[in-house]
Design a protein around this ligand. Sequence first.
Ligand SMILES: [Zn+2]
Ligand SMILES: [Zn+2]
Length: 363
Amino acid sequence: MTVKKDYYEILGVSRNASQKEIEEAYRRLAIQYHPDRHPPEKKDEMREKFKEISEAYAVLSDPNKRRQYDMYGHAGIDSTYTPEDIFSGVDFSSIFRDMGFGSMFEDLFDFFGVRTQRRGPQRGADIEIPVSITLEEAYNGTEKSLNFYHTVTCPVCKGLGAKPGTSKKTCPKCKGSGYSVYSRGFFSFKETCPRCRGQGQVVDIPCDRCGGHGKIKQQENIVVKIPAGVDNGTSIRVKGKGEAGTEGGASGDLYVSVRIEPHPIFVRQGDDLVCKIEIPYPVAVLGGEVEVPTMDGSKLKMAIPQGTQAGKVFRIRGKGMPDLHTGRKGDLYVEVSIQVPTKLNERQKNALREYAKSLGLDL
Ligand SMILES: [Zn+2]
Ligand SMILES: [Zn+2]
């Protein structure tokens, strides 16, 4: 069994590479592996390479797929997307056209067994909207009102693009086949018909409302429930609130991606929280009780044993963040530091000198 190579490794980029870096890496490798640039006996090998980099690019250039891959690796991609889905939404054509590759991409898809353009209904694209919340909101759960634009199916023509009462006609350019074929070098290229975009039919009289697109832009105002326990990168799916499908296909989904603002007191580590408190020097030496802040706003009394050293970490069970799925709370870790007094009066200084003397120190 061969182990599938890491997509980042394939493109030679770091895991936090920007979209631009990913695209540049892909372009560079696409030039390097382009089958036309290699002798015929190398053709199959180069096509395999080409396929490999194109798949890596298709996943890493799509924010949703990239997140899925970052979280769950190849298993996450393979279990969520069909090979067709992996490549859907990637505009290879514009990349290759820029590079003067013509319709190399159509050929590419032929050996994936994937059709870039399908006839009939197609699902709309997903939308991602980032939302910032406080750690308190992540602790308690919250609701956020979102205002955004997306496309919806045109209510007048029901997404068909044709003026109601009129019908489509066979595309005059491709005569209804949806593509045109031409040869260059070793390859024959199949290009999606630019006129009908592979549909084989074109609108005769366009719909007045949408101008023949079948979709219209619309403002949307929705309230999204953000459950307690969400973490940075948690994505909340709102079904059907993405872009409209084509030809009556289902709308895509909206993904609300959560970002949690840094907190002045607590640092989150999974379901646990970490905070630092300062305790007075005598309490560290003799023991005592101190107050610890908690996420629900209340103060908690915590016993400090005699002889507590700076840097000591105490664990308070059940005072961390709730788990997103079970609601079970993590723990709170409290790291203590020791206050060194800076403003002492004479009486206090003398008391300390007395103590120092008992240690044999002359201060
Ligand atoms: Zn319309
Ligand atoms: Zn056509």
